[in-house]
Write a protein that binds this ligand. Structure first.
Ligand SMILES: *Cc1c(COP(=O)(O)O)cnc(C)c1O
Length: 430
């Protein structure tokens, strides 16, 4: 069996375990879901990662989707360096923030004004505070398996039955806060209708293209239903485009279908690989934020000049041709992975720039379906991919992020590794 030389990663992990909880600063990196220790990274170049032991991988995490142009893209890098030479931040407004807001509002018709943050989590916090202030209501409706950052009120799981009051998904989340969130199964029309009839919610919050239980696109008509039920119940529709925004299309994921959120949460791609998030929406809602209005929100490093420069440089490279290329590349990868699986039943839903390989006999439509996948076989496959120079997202509940830096040769190499890894699963599990 092919194995990975990871002496230096193991040594760093041992040191890290004494200093960082679980040895990492964010949980999925620890690779526990695939039953191995984390791999410490030395550097990245294009679509390639090089670890501290000198192993090279074709990278499909790409900083969890933030790096749509791959690692250290020369234009993005030049923008960051140029900004840094003028100082790393001032706690005062800069021209770049105006330029980035202009670029975002051009790309997202539903977004008339923007507030930058340093993370998607903060943007989600701000969106729900705004929605509550605007509607005078407190409850939220969210979907099982959707992730909107580690905000208390959104770190909530479904209780028993459909559309029940939320339960804390983590110790430390107050039960009263969790109870203000109602969790509905994704793609379940009846549960959504029931929830919006029973609860006077401030907001329905949804990933238009959920990618945090693996990629689970909406069924036909479900996005339209989101908008319809928000309007019918007086709730705001908050679209979390932290992953999907600027990735599958030049703006939002539902733009082509004419579905607009009242508020939109952004992150990942808009920071060009540096820490950034944003909330945007209709002007009359956004003007409720301090200092224009009374809803308080602030951030020492919000709209940081380096992050803004990186985000602008990344967006400038994202033209129609870029999305067409990303779509072709992802289609080739998705088709190839399905073929590479051979007799093993897999589902490979994809959209430009993201896909998931579900170890499942039937299509995955919900968190329950994603949970029912063969996670042991998936884990064995991921370990084998790593040993063969491919770095997949190390969990069945995540999406692969092919980037514009991935070359055809790297895709073909990935497919060869994938086929070999599929072939070895039984042996490694026995
Ligand atoms: C990553 C993510 C977030 C949280 O963003 P952070 O920058 O990690 O706080 C929120 N929503 C979605 C859909 C995400 O994928």
């Amino acid at each position: 069996m092919t194995t990975l030389t990871d002496t230096r990663s193991r040594e760093l992990h041992r040191r890290a375990l004494r200093l960082l909880p679980g040895g990492v600063n964010s949980p999925v990196r620890a690779m526990r879901a695939i039953g191995r220790e984390p791999i410490f990274i030395e550097r990245g170049a294009g679509a390639e990662l090089i670890d501290v032991d000198g192993n090279r991988y074709v990278d499909y995490v790409c900083s969890w989707g933030a790096l749509i142009h791959g690692h250290a893209h020369p234009d993005v890098l030049a923008a960051i360096v140029e900004a840094a030479e003028r100082g790393t931040g001032y706690g005062a407004p800069t021209p770049g923030e105006v330029a980035l807001a202009e670029e975002i509002t051009r790309r997202m018709p539903s977004v008339e004004m923007v507030r930058m943050t340093s993370s998607g989590t903060e943007a989600a916090m701000t969106a729900i505070r705004l929605a509550r202030a605007a509607t005078g209501r407190e409850p939220l409706i969210k979907f099982a398996g959707a992730y909107h950052g580690h905000v208390d009120g959104l770190l909530v799981q479904a209780g028993s039955g459909l559309a029940t009051q939320g339960l804390p998904a983590s110790p430390g989340v107050p039960s009263a806060v969790a109870a203000a969130t109602v969790v509905v199964p994704w793609n379940d029309r009846h549960a959504l209708i029931a929830a919006t009839e029973q609860v006077r919610a401030a907001a329905i919050i949804a990933e238009p293209l959920p990618a945090n239980m693996g990629l689970v696109p909406a069924q036909e008509g479900f996005p339209e239903l989101l908008r319809e039920r928000a309007d019918a119940s007086g709730a705001l529709l908050v679209l979390d485009e932290v992953i999907s925004g600027f990735r599958v299309d030049r703006g939002g994921a539902l733009q082509l279908r004419g579905i607009q959120g009242d508020l939109t949460i952004m992150g990942k791609v808009i920071g060009g690989g540096l820490p950034a998030g944003a909330v945007g929406g209709r002007a009359e809602l956004m003007r409720m934020l301090a200092p224009a209005g009374e809803v308080y929100q602030a951030g020492t490093l919000s709209g940081n000049p380096l992050a803004v420069a990186a985000g602008l440089a990344a967006l400038e490279l994202l033209d129609e041709a870029a999305y067409a290329r990303l779509g072709d590349l992802t289609a080739r990868l998705a088709d190839g992975l399905r073929e590479a699986a051979g007799a093993r039943p897999v589902q490979v839903p994809w959209r430009p720039g993201l896909l998931t390989v579900f170890f499942s006999e039937r299509p995955v439509q919900s968190l329950a379906d994603a949970t029912a996948c063969d996670h042991d076989a998936h884990a064995a496959w991921c370990r084998a991919l790593l040993a063969r120079g491919v770095y997949p997202p190390p969990s069945q509940f995540e999406a692969w992020f092919p980037s514009l830096a991935h070359t055809e040769e790297q895709i073909e190499r990935t497919l060869d590794a994938a086929a070999a890894a599929f072939a070895g699963i039984e042996e490694s599990l026995s």
